[in-house]
Design a protein. Structure first.
Length: 104
């Protein structure tokens, strides 16, 4: 499992960093990425996210991916994405996220 989690951590970081305006440091041991959502922009396919909680709602409703808003951790403007899922599901979710952000 360590090998799988390490691979998924690297894949997630790489795919996030491939999105224009997104920068994500590679986690050193966690199975999630915690990044700012300020670079994602506030206008997403005609919807406006005024907080990471609103962004999480938009992502879940629009493209069926779940993120945990930073407000849950006392850090508004950030969100957490988990890499603790299967490789195909991880890649699919990140492709949906990238396409959604790029379509802005």
């Amino acid at each position: 499992m360590r090998t799988a989690f390490d691979r998924r951590r690297k894949v997630m970081t790489s795919m996030l960093n491939a999105i224009d305006g997104v920068s994500c440091a590679e986690p050193e041991g966690a199975f999630y990425c915690y990044r700012t959502c300020r670079a994602v922009g506030s206008h997403l396919r005609g919807r406006v996210a005024h907080s990471s909680t609103e962004l999480a709602e938009i992502l879940l409703e629009s493209i069926k991916i779940a993120v945990v808003p930073g407000e849950a951790f006392g850090t508004p403007g950030y969100f957490r994405l988990s890499s603790a899922l299967g490789d195909a599901d991880l890649a699919e979710g990140l492709v949906r996220f990238a396409n959604f952000v790029d379509a802005g």
